[in-house]
Design a binder for this molecule. Structure first.
Ligand SMILES: NC(=O)c1ccc[n+]([C@@H]2O[C@H](COP(=O)([O-])OP(=O)(O)OC[C@H]3O[C@@H](n4cnc5c(N)ncnc54)[C@H](OP(=O)(O)O)[C@@H]3O)[C@@H](O)[C@H]2O)c1
Length: 275
């Protein structure tokens, strides 16, 4: 497994396991399968309502806590000091741990109207305190665009190390990526396969054929080669292994350029300002 270095010195696996909808009807089995397939980064959120199952899978796996990178997120309705601390404690309790490797603010806004930054700043202050108490190693955000990050950076004592964004071929949010680079914040890609909407694309299939890889591997390789960690979700052991096996080939500069200028495709339709 390869790792990316964060501005705070911590390391984050280049490929993690995304768990949104991964436990539906399957309890802890799918997450356990992902751990057996070699995943050591688990991405969850209070909103996914699967932290109990993940905690169970971690316990069953017998893998040492320090060998796992656990990331959870604070939901929109839990923004604000008290609710954020309670959300963090509830995540830890469900996951069976007393610390998190990373905690993210899931979305910047709880509603379209009114003052959104005050509750974000309050949450951030609590997350900073939890860092100082040694309960969280890295704090970051998700779905924050430059106009959400700027006012947070004005008051933050600890800078966000990661911004988890929807990023995939056909939706690369280049303006946000350029800003994150300037600010030394690592982007991380959610829905790196465009929720499977990109897997049937003939242009991706052509590249997959050239490298004797699958379309999913080409899509994930593109992101990792751009320095962006990915967290694909898959339900079978075969797909999990396939998604983690993206280090034995390299796309050419021309192919990277080609994949970078696809017209917008596969977008989820979720915009952080339209909640
Ligand atoms: N921060 C946020 O706001 C946010 C939002 C959305 C998601 N996320 C995180 O990002 C993770 C990934 O995003 P996502 O689940 O929306 O989408 P995704 O990973 O882009 O795509 C998942 C879909 O692709 C299919 N798939 C996976 N690997 C495949 C392969 N090798 N071949 C063929 N099909 C394959 C899966 O099918 P099967 O499951 O049937 O195998 C599933 O339908 C989530 O689980 C979550 O942890 C974060």
């Amino acid at each position: 497994m390869e790792y990316f270095k964060l501005a705070n010195g911590a390391e984050i696996p280049a490929v993690g396991y995304g768990t949104y909808l991964a436990t539906e009807g399957k309890g802890s089995d799918t997450v356990l399968e992902a751990l057996y397939a070699g995943y050591r980064y688990i991405d969850t959120a209070r909103f996914y309502k699967n932290e109990d199952e993940i905690g169970e899978a971690l316990k069953k796996s017998g893998i040492k806590r320090e060998d796992i990178f656990l990331c959870s997120k604070v939901w929109r309705t839990d923004l604000g000091a008290e609710k954020t601390r309670a959300s963090f404690e509830a995540s830890c309790k469900s996951l069976g741990t007393d610390y998190l490797d990373m905690l993210l603010i899931h979305w910047p806004k709880a509603s379209q109207q009114g003052d959104w930054i005050t509750p974000v700043r309050e949450s951030w202050k609590v997350m900073e305190e939890l860092c100082c108490e040694g309960r969280i190693k890295t704090i970051g955000v998700s779905n924050f665009l430059p106009h959400h990050l700027r006012p947070l950076l004005e008051t933050a004592k600890i800078r966000p190390a990661v911004d988890q964004l929807e990023l995939h071929v056909g939706y690369m949010q280049e303006y946000a990526l350029a800003y994150l680079k300037e600010e030394g914040i690592l982007p991380q890609a959610w829905s790196p396969l465009g929720r499977a909407r990109l897997l049937g694309d003939e242009r991706i299939a052509g590249l997959a054929q050239k490298y004797a890889k699958t379309p999913a591997q080409v899509l994930l390789r593109y992101l990792v080669q751009r320095g962006i960690p990915v967290i694909p979700k898959a339900s079978t052991a075969e797909r999990m292994r396939e998604n983690a096996d993206i280090f034995g080939f390299e796309l050419t500069e021309d192919e990277m350029s080609f994949l970078s200028c696809f017209a917008q495709t596969g977008w989820s339709g979720e915009h952080p300002d339209i909640v």
